[in-house]
Write a protein that binds this ligand. Structure first.
Ligand code: NAI
Length: 251
């Protein structure tokens, strides 16, 4: 398949977990992928892996918690590539704690990374997409943004904001043929999930048993959904929040 030949795709948080799988998926379908992350060494490794598979990718460092770095990322990509077809707002952090346990820093950094970054990146990218006559934005929300799991108030509130942000942006920019959708994953096997499992004293096998499908999800499975939502095959999908959970309900 080459649904993204000649397309330029930015993926944030692409140096690890789901973001790496998304970058690899777009590259395997012909896109030029901007592998962006705060961890530039790891991003460079992802680019090398993509090039070994004959894909096109560049690594660009950006700490998306900083609005200036968000704007600089988009300006840098547009000045080099002259187009931006797809923006995947994937990077996110999961700070554990209920309201009394959570630090004020964790509350603010959760907002900065998980939702304020989307404000800055989308404001930078929308004029480019409007001028081009269309584009696609895929945001990573979470199942927990729709049905909060206990003890993760900052994460859940910011992911609920991502869901609402997605619907608002979709309604405002659909007339410009810019499709904005979000994925809402359940438990997906990534470094973020492993860190959470370690903290809780459980194992991956414990999590597998909680999913009616019999196992937690794989990053590649989320990547396939993101690529579909960004592709012309999803031409009438706009403002959708798509759950990908193996039928798991939040306990
Ligand atoms: P991860 O922690 O494994 O990878 C996240 C990547 O984002 C890392 O490469 C990290 O360096 C980068 N990143 C973090 N802060 C950044 C910043 N300020 N600027 C730029 N890059 C930054 O996470 P994972 O699991 O791959 O998650 C990806 C997205 O999927 C996140 O938005 C997460 O909330 C969401 N998600 C993950 C689920 C899971 O079970 N793993 C479930 C539901 C949603």
């Amino acid at each position: 398949m080459s649904r993204f030949t000649r397309k330029v795709v930015i993926v944030t948080g692409a140096a690890g977990g789901i973001g790496t799988a998304i970058a690899q998926r777009f590259a395997s379908e012909g896109a030029t992928v901007v592998v962006s992350d705060v961890n530039i060494d790891a991003a460079q490794n992802v680019v090398e892996a993509i090039r070994k598979e004959n894909g096109n990718a560049v690594a660009i460092a950006a700490n998306i918690a900083d609005g200036n770095e968000c704007r600089a990322l988009v300006e840098n990509v547009f000045s080099q590539m002259k187009r931006i077809d797809v923006l995947v707002n994937n990077a996110g952090i999961n700070r554990r704690g209920d309201l009394l346990a959570l630090s004020e820093d964790d509350w603010h950094s959760s907002f900065a990374v998980n939702i304020d970054s989307m404000f800055h990146l989308c404001r930078a990218v929308l004029p480019i997409m409007i001028e081009a006559g269309g584009g696609a934005i895929v945001n990573t929300a979470s199942q927990w943004g729709l049905y909060p799991a206990p003890g993760h108030i900052a994460y859940n509130v910011t992911k609920a904001a991502v869901a609402s942000f997605t619907q608002n942006l979709a309604r405002d920019y659909a007339p410009h043929k810019i499709r904005v959708n979000a994925v809402c994953p359940g438990e997906i096997h990534t470094p973020m999930l492993e860190a959470g499992v370690l903290r809780s004293g459980r194992t991956i096998a414990d999590l597998d048993r909680l999913v009616p499908f019999g196992r937690i999800g794989k990053p590649e499975e989320v990547a396939a959904l993101v690529a579909f939502l960004a592709s012309d095959e999803a031409a009438f999908m706009c403002g959708s929040l798509v759950e990908i959970t193996g039928a798991q309900a939040v306990a």
